[in-house]
Design a protein around this ligand. Sequence first.
Ligand code: DX5
Ligand code: ZN
Length: 217
Amino acid sequence: MPTVNPLIAPSMLAADFLHLAKDVELVNEHADLFHLDIMDGVFVPNISYGFPVVEAIASAARKPLDVHLMIVQPEKYIERFARLGVSMLSFHLNATDKPAQALLHIREAGMKAGLVINPDMPVESLYPYLHLCDYIILMSVYAGFGGQKFIEDTFDRIRTLKAEIERQSLPVKIEVDGGVSPANAKALLEAGAEILVAGSAVFKAEDPASVMNAMRN
Ligand code: DX5
Ligand code: ZN
Protein backbone atom coordinates (compact mmCIF):
# COMPACT_ATOMS: atom_id res chain seq x y z
CA MET A 1 0.00 0.00 0.00
CA PRO A 2 1.22 3.55 -0.70
CA THR A 3 2.12 5.24 2.58
CA VAL A 4 1.71 8.85 1.47
CA ASN A 5 -0.81 10.91 -0.45
CA PRO A 6 0.33 11.03 -4.06
CA LEU A 7 0.81 14.32 -5.86
CA ILE A 8 -0.92 14.51 -9.24
CA ALA A 9 0.94 16.65 -11.75
CA PRO A 10 -0.86 17.19 -15.08
CA SER A 11 1.51 17.90 -17.96
CA MET A 12 0.41 21.12 -19.64
CA LEU A 13 1.98 19.89 -22.89
CA ALA A 14 -1.32 18.12 -23.53
CA ALA A 15 -3.46 21.13 -22.58
CA ASP A 16 -5.61 23.08 -25.01
CA PHE A 17 -3.39 26.08 -25.80
CA LEU A 18 -6.28 27.98 -27.36
CA HIS A 19 -8.09 27.77 -24.03
CA LEU A 20 -5.19 27.52 -21.63
CA ALA A 21 -6.95 29.38 -18.82
CA LYS A 22 -9.61 26.66 -18.70
CA ASP A 23 -7.03 23.88 -18.32
CA VAL A 24 -5.06 25.87 -15.73
CA GLU A 25 -8.26 26.15 -13.70
CA LEU A 26 -8.80 22.36 -13.92
CA VAL A 27 -5.38 21.79 -12.39
CA ASN A 28 -5.95 24.47 -9.75
CA GLU A 29 -9.11 22.71 -8.68
CA HIS A 30 -8.28 19.02 -9.04
CA ALA A 31 -4.51 18.46 -9.00
CA ASP A 32 -1.43 19.23 -6.91
CA LEU A 33 1.25 20.51 -9.29
CA PHE A 34 1.62 21.98 -12.76
CA HIS A 35 4.11 19.88 -14.75
CA LEU A 36 5.73 22.09 -17.40
CA ASP A 37 7.86 20.44 -20.11
CA ILE A 38 10.53 22.67 -21.62
CA MET A 39 12.10 21.22 -24.80
CA ASP A 40 14.77 22.92 -26.88
CA GLY A 41 14.92 20.86 -30.08
CA VAL A 42 18.55 19.97 -29.23
CA PHE A 43 18.52 17.78 -26.13
CA VAL A 44 15.30 16.26 -27.47
CA PRO A 45 14.07 16.39 -31.08
CA ASN A 46 10.97 18.40 -30.18
CA ILE A 47 10.35 22.03 -29.19
CA SER A 48 7.56 22.71 -26.69
CA TYR A 49 7.11 26.20 -25.25
CA GLY A 50 9.16 28.74 -23.34
CA PHE A 51 9.11 31.63 -20.91
CA PRO A 52 6.02 33.53 -22.14
CA VAL A 53 3.84 30.45 -21.66
CA VAL A 54 5.40 29.57 -18.29
CA GLU A 55 4.84 33.15 -17.18
CA ALA A 56 1.20 33.09 -18.27
CA ILE A 57 0.57 29.83 -16.41
CA ALA A 58 2.42 31.15 -13.34
CA SER A 59 0.19 34.21 -13.24
CA ALA A 60 -2.93 32.05 -12.84
CA ALA A 61 -1.54 29.00 -11.02
CA ARG A 62 -2.54 28.39 -7.42
CA LYS A 63 -0.57 25.12 -7.28
CA PRO A 64 3.26 24.88 -7.44
CA LEU A 65 5.04 24.75 -10.79
CA ASP A 66 7.11 21.61 -11.48
CA VAL A 67 9.36 22.49 -14.42
CA HIS A 68 10.98 19.59 -16.34
CA LEU A 69 13.87 20.85 -18.47
CA MET A 70 14.71 18.83 -21.57
CA ILE A 71 17.37 21.25 -22.71
CA VAL A 72 21.14 21.45 -23.01
CA GLN A 73 22.93 23.76 -20.56
CA PRO A 74 20.12 23.76 -17.99
CA GLU A 75 22.34 25.73 -15.56
CA LYS A 76 21.95 28.81 -17.77
CA TYR A 77 18.27 29.23 -16.94
CA ILE A 78 18.06 28.42 -13.21
CA GLU A 79 17.77 32.03 -12.00
CA ARG A 80 15.22 32.86 -14.65
CA PHE A 81 12.88 30.04 -13.61
CA ALA A 82 13.34 31.01 -9.96
CA ARG A 83 12.26 34.57 -10.77
CA LEU A 84 9.07 33.24 -12.38
CA GLY A 85 8.15 31.64 -9.07
CA VAL A 86 8.87 28.02 -10.05
CA SER A 87 8.90 25.67 -7.03
CA MET A 88 10.50 22.55 -8.50
CA LEU A 89 13.14 22.53 -11.23
CA SER A 90 14.58 19.37 -12.79
CA PHE A 91 17.02 18.61 -15.61
CA HIS A 92 18.38 15.46 -17.25
CA LEU A 93 21.52 13.95 -15.75
CA ASN A 94 23.18 13.76 -19.18
CA ALA A 95 22.32 17.35 -20.13
CA THR A 96 25.25 18.86 -18.23
CA ASP A 97 28.84 18.06 -17.22
CA LYS A 98 28.25 19.45 -13.75
CA PRO A 99 25.03 17.99 -12.35
CA ALA A 100 26.05 18.40 -8.69
CA GLN A 101 26.75 22.09 -9.18
CA ALA A 102 23.45 22.64 -10.98
CA LEU A 103 21.50 20.84 -8.23
CA LEU A 104 23.13 23.02 -5.56
CA HIS A 105 22.42 26.11 -7.63
CA ILE A 106 18.73 25.20 -7.92
CA ARG A 107 18.47 24.83 -4.14
CA GLU A 108 20.34 28.08 -3.54
CA ALA A 109 17.84 29.78 -5.84
CA GLY A 110 15.11 28.61 -3.45
CA MET A 111 13.64 25.77 -5.52
CA LYS A 112 13.41 22.03 -5.05
CA ALA A 113 16.00 20.26 -7.18
CA GLY A 114 15.26 17.25 -9.36
CA LEU A 115 17.29 14.98 -11.60
CA VAL A 116 15.74 13.13 -14.54
CA ILE A 117 16.79 9.99 -16.43
CA ASN A 118 15.44 8.35 -19.56
CA PRO A 119 14.42 4.67 -19.51
CA ASP A 120 17.77 3.47 -20.92
CA MET A 121 19.92 5.06 -18.23
CA PRO A 122 20.66 2.85 -15.21
CA VAL A 123 19.08 4.09 -11.97
CA GLU A 124 22.48 3.48 -10.34
CA SER A 125 23.81 6.51 -12.25
CA LEU A 126 21.69 8.67 -9.93
CA TYR A 127 23.14 7.31 -6.68
CA PRO A 128 26.08 9.75 -6.32
CA TYR A 129 23.66 12.71 -6.56
CA LEU A 130 20.70 11.55 -4.47
CA HIS A 131 21.72 13.56 -1.40
CA LEU A 132 21.57 16.73 -3.55
CA CYS A 133 18.08 15.99 -4.90
CA ASP A 134 14.63 16.66 -3.52
CA TYR A 135 13.09 14.40 -6.14
CA ILE A 136 13.96 12.17 -9.05
CA ILE A 137 11.96 11.90 -12.26
CA LEU A 138 12.06 8.44 -13.76
CA MET A 139 10.95 8.74 -17.37
CA SER A 140 8.54 5.94 -18.26
CA VAL A 141 8.77 6.95 -21.96
CA TYR A 142 11.67 8.56 -23.85
CA ALA A 143 11.59 12.28 -23.16
CA GLY A 144 10.47 14.45 -26.05
CA PHE A 145 6.82 13.82 -26.82
CA GLY A 146 3.51 13.44 -25.03
CA GLY A 147 1.16 10.57 -25.73
CA GLN A 148 3.69 7.70 -25.81
CA LYS A 149 3.16 4.20 -24.45
CA PHE A 150 4.21 3.50 -20.85
CA ILE A 151 7.33 1.30 -20.52
CA GLU A 152 6.62 -1.56 -18.08
CA ASP A 153 10.22 -1.79 -16.90
CA THR A 154 9.54 1.34 -14.89
CA PHE A 155 8.05 -0.62 -11.98
CA ASP A 156 11.34 -2.42 -11.30
CA ARG A 157 13.28 0.81 -11.69
CA ILE A 158 11.09 2.53 -9.10
CA ARG A 159 11.58 -0.34 -6.64
CA THR A 160 15.36 -0.36 -7.12
CA LEU A 161 15.64 3.41 -6.68
CA LYS A 162 13.27 3.42 -3.70
CA ALA A 163 15.41 0.80 -1.94
CA GLU A 164 18.54 2.92 -2.43
CA ILE A 165 16.79 6.10 -1.21
CA GLU A 166 15.76 4.19 1.91
CA ARG A 167 19.24 2.70 2.34
CA GLN A 168 20.67 6.25 2.32
CA SER A 169 17.79 7.47 4.58
CA LEU A 170 17.02 10.38 2.26
CA PRO A 171 13.71 12.27 1.87
CA VAL A 172 13.89 12.05 -1.96
CA LYS A 173 10.55 11.62 -3.74
CA ILE A 174 10.14 9.60 -6.94
CA GLU A 175 8.16 11.17 -9.78
CA VAL A 176 7.11 9.13 -12.81
CA ASP A 177 6.60 10.80 -16.18
CA GLY A 178 5.18 9.38 -19.41
CA GLY A 179 2.18 7.26 -20.29
CA VAL A 180 0.77 7.48 -16.77
CA SER A 181 -3.01 7.00 -16.44
CA PRO A 182 -5.58 5.63 -14.00
CA ALA A 183 -4.73 2.18 -15.40
CA ASN A 184 -1.20 2.13 -13.93
CA ALA A 185 -1.37 4.82 -11.21
CA LYS A 186 -2.10 2.46 -8.32
CA ALA A 187 0.70 0.06 -9.23
CA LEU A 188 3.14 2.98 -9.60
CA LEU A 189 2.27 4.28 -6.14
CA GLU A 190 2.59 0.80 -4.68
CA ALA A 191 6.04 0.45 -6.26
CA GLY A 192 7.15 3.63 -4.47
CA ALA A 193 6.31 6.59 -6.70
CA GLU A 194 4.89 9.66 -4.95
CA ILE A 195 4.38 12.10 -7.82
CA LEU A 196 2.51 11.12 -10.99
CA VAL A 197 2.75 13.18 -14.18
CA ALA A 198 -0.02 12.69 -16.73
CA GLY A 199 -0.64 14.66 -19.89
CA SER A 200 -2.78 12.89 -22.45
CA ALA A 201 -4.62 10.77 -19.89
CA VAL A 202 -5.89 13.97 -18.25
CA PHE A 203 -6.39 16.52 -20.99
CA LYS A 204 -7.54 14.23 -23.79
CA ALA A 205 -10.19 12.72 -21.51
CA GLU A 206 -13.89 13.56 -21.66
CA ASP A 207 -13.80 14.39 -17.97
CA PRO A 208 -10.29 15.49 -16.86
CA ALA A 209 -11.37 16.10 -13.27
CA SER A 210 -12.51 12.53 -12.79
CA VAL A 211 -9.23 11.21 -14.27
CA MET A 212 -7.20 13.28 -11.81
CA ASN A 213 -9.34 12.05 -8.93
CA ALA A 214 -9.11 8.46 -10.13
CA MET A 215 -5.31 8.62 -10.13
CA ARG A 216 -5.27 9.86 -6.57
CA ASN A 217 -7.47 7.09 -5.22
C1 DX5 B 1 7.63 13.77 -22.24
C2 DX5 B 1 7.22 14.73 -21.15
C3 DX5 B 1 6.02 14.30 -20.40
C4 DX5 B 1 4.77 14.22 -21.24
C5 DX5 B 1 3.77 13.35 -20.56
O1 DX5 B 1 8.83 14.17 -22.77
O2 DX5 B 1 8.26 14.86 -20.21
O3 DX5 B 1 5.81 15.13 -19.26
O4 DX5 B 1 4.21 15.49 -21.47
O5 DX5 B 1 2.70 13.16 -21.42
P1 DX5 B 1 1.84 11.83 -21.44
O6 DX5 B 1 1.21 11.71 -20.09
O7 DX5 B 1 0.88 12.09 -22.54
O8 DX5 B 1 2.79 10.70 -21.70
ZN1 ZN C 1 7.81 15.89 -18.29
